[in-house]
Design a protein around this ligand. Structure first.
Ligand code: ADP
Ligand code: MG
Length: 327
């Protein structure tokens, strides 16, 4: 099996072929967490693995990290087989796990130093202070980790994953438990790493996060890859938006005229509609409301939730899908 091109660089930062994982548990049915997953993550990309809880994201990440054994298929990291060339494969990747397990009696500086030691990085080549600064923890460098907030712990784990300067950084659900300000700092840092050439893979169950950060999105559901394409292309293909509309009167049912937009009454004064932006404008929806003398007080548009996306991707053939708008 060849993973390298003629220049000796891998074609893909990460490549899986027919990767499968079955968890066997003594007290229940086996769980097929990954089903023949083929995934190719281009070098230098900012890649999202999007899927609901239980989809298999962490399983895939943990196989890459060498923490879980796959049942069949293969995974290559920077061109090195994750199983047969484990040592060199692991040097090419830094993984920030979903769980924030940090030894509370170590300081951030000690933690990075220990990690550098594990990778055999000599003292003079270590970048401990530089990394602490990059993840915004210089002033906490010598405090016990138990004094760090969730956001700081997450950033510390990002720092730890970067100690050996891997060309690939993987973040498993990095937004969990991170407040908004720190999340922005974390993203700024990760974006900069990407701009400098690091390939980023992140998992998330928010389309909005994947959409705003990533150039390519793969969607996984029940262990199966159901889409993988450039972000813009995927959004165009999904062609789905939702709008929350606050109206100026209390209603006891969704007006009939909104049925074609799958209208739903969420609260007495709040409606939700879903529509394909390529074929329906907000203006049309407002006109439908005006025609029945409903005034609009406020609107919020948002991306459809994952459930709607799956419906669209799995039941829709070609354009249209579940949004059959007539007239
Ligand atoms: P995600 O990260 O997308 O939420 P996971 O990879 O954690 O998904 O889980 C995928 C499936 O595998 C789920 O059904 C989960 O219950 C199961 N699973 C995950 N880890 C284990 C394990 N160690 N033992 C048994 N089943 C597991
Ligand atoms: Mg997970």
């Amino acid at each position: 099996m060849t993973y390298f091109n003629i220049l000796g660089t891998p074609d893909y930062a990460i490549e899986t072929r027919s990767l499968s994982k079955v968890y066997y548990k003594h007290d229940s049915q086996p769980v097929e967490a990954l089903k023949a997953v083929d995934l190719q993550i281009p070098r230098g990309s900012f890649f999202a693995l999007l899927g609901p809880n239980g989809a298999g994201k962490s399983t895939l990440i943990n196989i890459l990290a060498g923490l879980v054994n796959n049942t069949s298929g293969s995974a290559a990291i920077w061109g090195h087989d994750a199983k047969t060339q484990m040592r060199v494969a692991r040097r090419s990747i830094g993984v920030v796990p979903q769980e924030l397990n940090i030894d509370p009696f170590f300081t951030p500086r000690e933690m990075l130093e220990t990690q550098a030691g594990l990778y055999g990085i000599p003292q003079h080549a270590r970048r401990t202070s530089e990394i602490l600064q990059a993840v915004g923890l210089s002033d906490k460098a010598d405090s016990y980790a138990r004094a760090l907030s969730g956001g700081m712990r997450r950033r510390l784990l990002v720092g730890k994953a970067m100690v050996h300067s891997p060309p690939i950084l993987v973040l498993d659900e990095p937004s969990a438990g991170v407040d908004v300000d720190l999340r922005r700092q974390l993203w700024d840092h990760v974006k900069q790493l990407n701009a400098e050439g690091t390939t980023i893979l992140l998992t998330t169950h928010y389309l909005e996060e994947a959409e705003s950060m990533c150039d390519t999105i793969a969607i996984i559901n029940s262990g199966r890859m159901i889409a993988c394409e450039p972000t813009m292309q995927l959004l165009t293909r999904l062609d789905a938006k939702e709008m929350l509309i606050t109206v100026d009167q209390e209603l006891d049912a969704c007006p009939e005229t909104l049925a074609i937009y799958r209208g739903e009454l969420l609260k007495p004064r709040q409606l939700r509609v879903a529509y394909p932006p390529s074929r329906v404008t907000g203006g049309e929806i407002f006109a439908a409301l005006a025609a029945i003398n409903l005034g609009v007080v406020d609107i919020v548009t948002r991306e459809p939730d994952l459930e709607h996306i799956f419906l669209n991707l799995t039941h829709a053939s070609g354009a249209g899908g579940e949004y059959e708008v007539t007239g």
